[in-house]
Design a protein around this ligand. Structure first.
Ligand SMILES: Cc1cc2nc3c(=O)[nH]c(=O)nc-3n(C[C@H](O)[C@H](O)[C@H](O)COP(=O)(O)OP(=O)(O)OC[C@H]3O[C@@H](n4cnc5c(N)ncnc54)[C@H](O)[C@@H]3O)c2cc1C
Length: 180
């Protein structure tokens, strides 16, 4: 198996985990599927493509993630603006994906994607174990939460206790000003 080049932070190119070498062997068998009546019951009515700009959450070095603490779907704009200022990608918790605030493709966690960016900024995210398993290998985790007892502060490298609606726009403004 080829040896993977790691980046300056020691992360594998896939931004997740190094592949594990397996000793198992398998056989290839020809299979002819037979269509049943119920196999044809579904009909494709439309095909659409989501428009995306910037890096994907699998590739991004910086991820800004939003949770239920945003309060309403429109407030994802705050997270998107901060991500844009940092050249990063936007992620979400299952709570907001289930609520229809953000697409499933952005979900991080047990039933979403596993990510390992250099910087993960969690905005209004409690830090449930099912979310943690998908982002805990991030190099630096910053959490913004108004509840000082939120579980995310137990594993964040830097915690900011306060209202994200005040802190996130201010942070975006400062980064934009610094970047000119
Ligand atoms: C089988 C199973 C699989 C799951 N898979 C996943 C998964 O893949 N990914 C995932 O994320 N979850 C998953 N979950 C759900 C998980 O258990 C949590 O319910 C979810 O992660 C909580 O999302 P949240 O942090 O956005 O919301 P909440 O837990 O409601 O947290 C919101 C946080 O926002 C804070 N807040 C509120 N207002 C503000 C404000 N104005 N400023 C700052 N902070 C504020 C609150 O203090 C709170 O800590 C799964 C659950 C199960 C049972």
């Amino acid at each position: 198996m080829a040896v993977l080049e790691h980046d300056e932070y020691g992360f594998a190119p896939g931004k997740a985990f190094d592949p594990v070498e397996q000793s198992a062997s398998g056989t290839v068998e020809a299979f002819s599927p037979a269509l049943q009546e119920h196999s044809l019951a579904a009909e494709m009515v439309e095909q659409a493509h989501a428009e995306e700009s910037g890096p994907s959450i699998e590739d991004a070095n910086v991820i800004v993630a939003g949770g239920r603490g945003l309060g309403e779907p429109e407030k994802f704009a705050l997270v998107e603006e901060l991500a844009r200022a940092l050249g990063g990608a936007v992620a979400a918790t299952r709570a907001v994906v289930d609520a229809g605030w953000y697409p499933y493709s952005a979900q991080v966690g047990q039933t979403g994607k596993s990510v390992s960016p250099t910087l993960y900024i969690a905005c209004g995210i409690s830090g449930a174990i099912q979310h943690k398993v998908g982002m805990q290998s991030s190099k630096t985790i910053v959490a913004i939460n108004k509840d000082a007892n939120a579980p995310i502060f137990e594993f964040a490298d830097l915690g900011v206790v306060g209202d994200l609606h005040t802190i996130v726009p201010k942070l975006t403004e400062l980064i934009q000003a610094r970047r000119g």
